[in-house]
Design a protein around this ligand. Sequence first.
Ligand SMILES: [Zn+2]
Ligand SMILES: [Zn+2]
Length: 326
Amino acid sequence: MSEIRKHYFLDEYCIIASGRSKRPSAPKACAEESSSASCVFCNGHESQTPAATAVYKKGQILKDTDGERITDWDVRCIPNLYPALSPDAPDAGHMVFEVKRGYGFHEVIIENPLHQSRLHLFSDEQVLLLMKACRDRVMHYQSQEGIKYVSLFKNWGKKAGASLEHTHSQLIAIPLMPSSVVKEKKAMAELESCPYCKIVERERGTERQVYENRHFILIAPYYSRTPYEMWMLPRQHVNHLSAFNDDMLLSLGDCIRKAVYLLDRTIPELAYNYMFFQVEHDLSYHFNVRIAPVTSIAAGFEKNTEIYINSVPPETAVEHLLEKEL
Ligand SMILES: [Zn+2]
Ligand SMILES: [Zn+2]
């Protein structure tokens, strides 16, 4: 049971999802010592999860049926057992303040059948398949009636909000455009040209560039809110995953893999979140992925002002990240 509640007077929303309190507070399905025995995301444990909405197996895209579960898959997409939103959410009814029913979709993309697998060690083939699955699932939910935005993200590590250890991404499809995106689009509309294209042009080859490949550039942004924050930007202007061909998907996957590899090498086991920013049907938007390592928690000042205090300048962060490569 969830509701989308609007701020008293701003275009900002929160999801009140009371059912999620059933979610275990400590990782129960995956034991602390990295055990696959009780992990519901592991290959062979498919019956312990809801039926998969998409199963990528040996070049095919299949679906579980109610009674039968497909095993020995490469990537598996399942509905979240404790969804923040649901397609059959009841009417929210009337309240003094503005409320919408908690309509939407919440899916988990299990990136690899092996419990110990780590994204930074994926092969080219594996990152490409994962990016393909991400593109397909985003496009699938983007086309559902009433869906305005699909949030795709990965939480890695308990401190970053991951309740299960097995490597996975998540997707939440919502019936509104987040106010942060609306605000950003409005600011972009007032500029003469795409600011992200300019960032690519200006940051390329500077002390804030971390890596580049055929289609992407990885930078520690000049405006880094947290230590080791990184942005991945396509070098050519493109608005949405749906416009990516396989070669671009591979570049994106390679860039993400590189970012998490460098993070893990610099600070082993560091928790992080990465998020996809994209707007379908708005060609003026510039797709990007931002990775935010969790090195501290937002405290009073940040919550009061939304101004972040970052103790590691991005230029220094890049030095640390590339230290062993020089
Ligand atoms: Zn597992
Ligand atoms: Zn652009």
